[in-house]
Design a protein around this ligand. Structure first.
Ligand code: ADP
Ligand code: MG
Length: 454
């Protein structure tokens, strides 16, 4: 109704046209980014389309801050059938959501898809043992290692495994970012009323878990309220014999500011580290990925795979990334030409850098944003306007602007050819939001640490 009212006012519609054409419109359904609007009779569809499609689109975009496709249909439109179908499959797919999906776990991260090598066999077997008897062997299990070495993959594997064996287990997987944001949020609602309903809800949620997994604990360090809340959650669950699993980019002893009491708790269970994979393991990981992602149809020559494994040493995410890049380059040539060392060296250009000292580049920022928000790089570069994509895109604009000295125009080019005013608007938007949004402030600081850990 608000949109229709907006349309009337903005476009100064005469009462008679409004009552005849606009008022009877009904939203039939919203699927992805398309709004289906039901028109009373087939005969008026064409007229309404011609006259009101554009104004309606603009109004919706203005009011919802998101662009939608609009399709007018009438009851006797054949398309109704296909909408029904996709609606049913949507509903259906929601219904069969497994417990693991509801817990926010990726189904592809399992023990079966995890390649075991010397670098991770200890972490792997401790994780498996923990998953087989949660709360019984190692508590807490503390997995640590550098970026892209498989910590998150192992955490999800444990959680997936437990849920597979017991649908009813209360398995709670969260990143420390989510944990922090929930603490902030519950303190805020708690502050408003005396009885602290926010905090109660938070505690109910975390303290009823059978298995709590917190990924990337390093990001709560120094956040006093969050650390405090975590400490109590930990003690509560631990005393009940509930399983706690923590991951971090470094061992507890390296947390300077970490209070001694937290440190000692982390160390009371088992510390398991993951280090960089050796050459054989890197080869095995590439082969596994080729198999799982059905890339065998590209018949990538063995020497090309070896070339990648030789050159990408310290980060499995980059190992996978260069394989993806290789395939993307090949497709860009319309699947012509050979997949050879030359193409591979082109693919690896973005990844090979002087060891450890990595430079903060716009490309790196875009990569990390893509990973953090789980939005593909091509979506970030697209013109899609839905908030799940456009917001991370604006965060990318903001961070590139603030962490590198890339001019607005160049940022626009890197993000799929946007003009400099779009970039400026994005940067300003995030700067404004940061002034009032504590959760965003936390998110940005975490992404910044991912980009530049020092
Ligand atoms: P971390 O959390 O330590 O930064 P991730 O668990 O996100 O790293 O791993 C990065 C990528 O590498 C993921 O896609 C993951 O599936 C993959 N990966 C890491 N270790 C392995 C492994 N041993 N076998 C197969 N894939 C792996
Ligand atoms: Mg991780």
């Amino acid at each position: 109704p608000e949109i229709i009212e907006h349309l009337r006012v903005e476009h100064e519609l005469a009462n008679i046209s409004f009552n005849t054409w606009i008022k009877p419109l009904k939203i039939y359904d919203v699927l992805d980014d398309t709004i289906y609007i039901l028109v009373e009779s087939n005969a008026s569809v064409e007229y309404i389309e011609k006259k009101y499609l554009l104004p309606l689109k603009v109004c919706i975009a203005e009011m919802l801050d998101e662009e939608y496709e609009i399709i007018f249909i009438s009851e006797d439109d054949e398309r109704i059938n296909s909408i029904e179908k996709s609606r049913q499959t949507n509903v259906h797919s929601k219904k069969v959501k497994t417990a693991a999906e509801k817990a926010g776990l990726l189904p592809k991260y399992t023990f079966e898809t995890f390649v075991v090598g010397k670098n991770n066999e200890f972490a792997y077997s401790s994780s498996l043992a923990t998953a087989e008897s949660p709360g019984k062997v190692y508590n807490p299990l503390f997995i640590y290692g550098g970026v892209g070495l498989g910590k998150t993959h192992l955490m999800h594997s444990i959680a997936n495994f437990i849920l597979e064996n017991n649908q009813n287990a209360k398995v709670l997987y969260v990143t420390s970012e989510t944990f922090t944001n929930e603490v902030i949020e519950s303190l805020r609602t708690g502050r408003i009323s005396e009885s602290e309903p926010g905090m109660t809800k938070f505690r109910d949620k975390y303290r009823s878990a059978d298995v709590l997994l917190i990924d990337d604990i390093q990001f709560i360090i120094g956040k006093i309220a969050t650390q405090e809340e975590f400490f109590h959650t930990f003690n509560h669950l631990h005393s009940l014999g509930k399983q706690i699993i923590i991951s971090s980019d470094k061992p507890p002893k390296e947390f300077e500011a970490l209070e001694a009491r937290l440190k000692s708790r982390f160390e009371m269970g088992l510390l398991a580290d993951i280090s960089s994979p050796d050459y054989e393991t890197r080869m095995a990981i590439l082969q596994k990925k080729i198999e799982l992602d059905h890339l065998d149809r590209y018949k990538i020559p063995k020497d090309v795979i070896e070339y990648i494994a030789i050159n990408i040493k310290s980060n499995i995410r980059e190992l996978e990334g260069s394989l993806n890049k290789l395939i993307a380059l090949y497709k860009l040539n319309n699947n012509k030409g050979d997949i050879d060392i030359e193409l591979a060296s082109e693919a690896l250009k973005d990844y090979i850098s002087p060891e450890d000292k990595r430079e903060v580049t716009p490309e790196l920022i875009i990569d990390i944003i893509s990973e953090h928000y789980n939005v593909s790089i091509s979506d970030l570069k697209s013109t899609k306007r839905n908030a799940e994509i456009s917001y991370p895109r604006q965060v990318a604009m903001y961070l590139i602007r603030n962490m590198t000295d890339t001019p607005l125009k160049k940022i626009g080019a890197l993000l799929g050819g946007k003009d400099h005013s779009t970039i400026k608007h994005g940067v300003d938007k995030i700067s404004q939001d940061l002034k009032k949004d504590e959760l965003l402030t936390n998110t940005i600081s975490i992404i910044q640490k991912k980009i530049n850990p020092s």
